[in-house]
Design a protein around this ligand. Structure first.
Ligand code: GLY
Length: 363
């Protein structure tokens, strides 16, 4: 069975991302090669647990691990200090020590939370990512950003803490609703636009079969996205510069998500709208040909993703951008494409141009 392995090269914190089929069924044998500890705590949520927890637990047990399971309610609200504390207390109660490890079985919330708990519990224990959404497989599951939210904003507390390994099973994507699968496509198309024109063309050519969830194509696609992300993270683990390129579409996305109180719009949908606005800004700045923007938006729309919205006005969006807690010295940072396959990071977009682009995209 075809498997792809991608190295995230970070010196002594380097690890492999394995992309393939049926990995969850054999997860015990895979982690046995990496973790010598006798116990594993599997963190998941009440949506993923009925689908995959039993087979993961059985496989880990078969490989000789003592298995502790922590099943949290589904939802972004779980990314809190309270839940992180609850997880740590459960680990203590179950005699988990620093020779043991955590395993995140779920989407971005579970991955971020498990990574965060792993990074603080007993000053750090190893963890493994087994992402189960397309979005987490190509983005949050790799790169070591861990976080919980504060009431004043998302991801305001967190660590850079790399997993020991990432196992990506494309078979689990069969259980995703089309809309949830599509939101992963926003990050995937983003990878093509910022870094790889051939990959973008591959997506254009194969979109129908990708949405039919052809497994060979999914392995190729997810591995290609992981390769792009791994390359960026390997060069700039802590986002001192280059890694910010992965935030293409995210400046406007965060504003829309914050105005929506992180409800009623999926992250990938907000990123798709954000790519449309950032692309428009790049066109206005004379960086990005209009034809290329149309090509980007066509692929997003063909994936069932929005490239506009009518809920919030330009004034509301610009105000929300200014309130973003992560803005550096009052400067709003945009990632701007110069062609499909290449992008730059710019702190040099004035408010008038942002408003002009927002007004053009949200008429
Ligand atoms: N999600 C963007 C990053 O990991 O840097």
């Amino acid at each position: 069975m075809k498997q792809e392995k991608i190295a995230v090269k970070l010196g002594k914190n380097s690890y492999l991302v394995t992309v393939g089929r049926k990995l969850t069924d054999n997860i015990g044998a895979h982690v046995k090669k990496i973790c010598s500890g006798s116990a594993v705590a599997v963190l998941t949520n009440d949506v993923v647990a009925p689908l995959y927890l039993e087979r993961v637990r059985a496989s880990l047990k078969q490989s000789g691990f003592r298995v502790i399971t922590i099943v949290l309610p589904d939802g972004e609200e779980q990314k809190s200090m309270e839940t992180a504390k609850h997880i740590c207390e459960k680990l203590i109660k179950n005699n988990v020590d620093r020779t043991h490890f955590l395993l995140a079985l779920g989407g971005g919330v579970i991955g971020d939370l498990t990574g965060f708990a792993a990074s603080i519990y007993m000053r750090g224990i190893p963890f493994i990512q087994v992402p189960t959404t397309l979005l987490a497989q190509v983005d949050a599951g790799i790169g070591g950003k861990t976080a919980v939210n504060l009431s004043s904003g998302k991801n305001l507390i967190g660590t850079f803490y790399q997993p020991k390994a990432v196992f990506i099973d494309v078979d689990v994507l069969d259980s995703l609703e089309k809309e949830v699968f599509a939101e992963g496509m926003a990050e995937i198309i983003k990878h093509g636009v910022i870094k790889d024109r051939n990959y973008f063309e591959f997506l254009e050519k194969n979109l129908t079969d990708i949405f039919s969830r052809d497994k060979d194509l999914l392995v190729r696609m997810v591995a290609a996205s992981c390769r792009i992300k791994a390359e960026v993270v390997s060069k700039d683990e802590k986002e001192a510069g280059l890694r910010a390129i992965l935030n293409y579409g995210h400046t406007i996305a965060h504003a829309i998500e914050s105005l929506s109180s992180y409800k009623s719009i999926l992250h990938g949908q907000a990123v798709s709208i954000g790519m449309s606005v950032a692309g428009r800004i790049a066109v206005y700045k004379g960086l990005f040909p209009e034809k290329e923007l149309n090509r980007q938006n066509k692929l997003l729309e063909a994936s069932g993703l929005p490239v506009s919205q009518s809920r919030f006005s330009a004034t509301e969006i610009v105000k929300a951008l200014k309130n973003d807690k992560k803005i550096k010295d009052g400067k709003i940072r945009f990632v701007l494409p110069v062609k499909i396959g290449e992008a730059i990071i710019s702190d040099n977009v004035d408010d008038a141009l942002i408003s002009k682009a927002v007004n053009a995209v949200f008429p």
